[in-house]
Design a binder for this molecule. Sequence first.
Ligand code: ADP
Ligand code: ASP
Ligand code: MG
Length: 457
Amino acid sequence: MKIVIQKFGGTSVEDAAAMARAVEIVREHGITRRSRPLVALSACAGVTNVLIRISELALKETTKESLAAIDQLEVRHARIARELISDDTAFANVHHTLHGLWEELRTLARGVNLLGELTLKSRDQMHSLGERASSTIFHAALAERLQEDTITCHLFDARDFFITSNEFTSARPMTGEIHRRMKRVRSALAKGAVGVTQGFIGRTFAGETTTIGRGGSDFSAAIMGVALNAREIQIWTDVAGIMTCDPRIAPQARTIERISFHEASELAFFGAKVLHPETIWPAVEKSIPVRVLSSKEPEKEGTVIVHQTEETRAMTGIAVKKSISLVRISANGLQPNPAVQQTVWDALGKSGAIPLAVSLSVDGASYAFGDAGAIPLLRAACEGLATLALGTNRSLITLVGPGLQTQSGIAARMFRALGRTNCEMISYGGSESAISLVVQDDVANRVVKKLHAEFFE
Ligand code: ADP
Ligand code: ASP
Ligand code: MG
């Protein structure tokens, strides 16, 4: 029996209708005569954010606020379960299990409040509840549906096999141990069963619950796919694959059918957040095809991410990163001052921040940062040596394509699309396959639409 990993993101399990669609996708795109799926689930859309808020509320406020938010989560999940599961006994079991999970969360919230301390370890225990709840409901719904096909469905607690380091909130998977422990999953699937488990969560050797970082379910799916030597990894999301642009910004965006790992990585680095390609690297490296598909339009082909594509195209897509900061550092005095550059890069090295784009001039330089965390450190480092001007609410728009520099006329077309819009920074040449510009947030969508029309429509 071949194994297929099917990962469903938050929006693909956000409510009863979405879960019902996902159940059908498992039946139609996961189960075949010769393959069985292991389904890796995210929490229902928005739940991880709520859990983070609950843990922080528990620390700052009285427990009343966090307990009220937990009640709402309990109601939301109970409703989904009731709509999906028709058998009363099965529903009662799920209801009981879910209640146990929310009780666990209440106990944790009270503990945090009482101690006045929110450790990363307690955060992880609290944040794990979203995936544990969604998988409990999904497993029951899928098991009920698969009874008709006389296929059994197992719920595997990922924490029994997904062993990680103890770097809570961004724990590293211990792949060797995961491979060993997943033998049990493999043999169940080999006998014809379907598996359901959680993405994002794991456990240390010492038995403490961990999470592997925001959006980590894609990473979980890749690691599980490699451990089980899967035929394919399917990432089910709310768009039909990786597209030429975020379709929320440019509705004319179209699906890129085949994309190399490198192209996908560049798009993601510059803001196309459909998935973090580095998280699927373990699978791509082992030549396991990773397919990004839409749970809303499952019949569409989606995108396959491969090690390398055969063809080289000029343009792959346009990525956008909003709410970035633009920092301009000018030396005091109009002389080129190497000491300033040295100071800036030393400070950046210390903070671990990597600018998304850099542009140099005689008396200074501009840096675009996705995360403003390094700015106070930069400011302190430049004190007395250079002036730092900070621009916020900016957007970085990046054209990505492996043949950008070999195709003539790209820059001219880019400026044509930009028209009279004020562009505050351009970065070109840092990589052979990306050109970035910085504009004000409020004009970004308009510029992106124009660029998309120019290059893709
Ligand atoms: P999930 O919850 O399934 O993990 P995400 O929200 O992480 O899904 O990613 C899907 C979203 O990524 C889409 O709704 C879309 O708005 C956004 N997105 C940004 N850039 C792109 C792009 N180039 N192609 C497709 N989607 C994109
Ligand atoms: N639920 C987690 C998050 O929202 C993990 C994931 O969905 O990939 O970050
Ligand atoms: Mg995601």
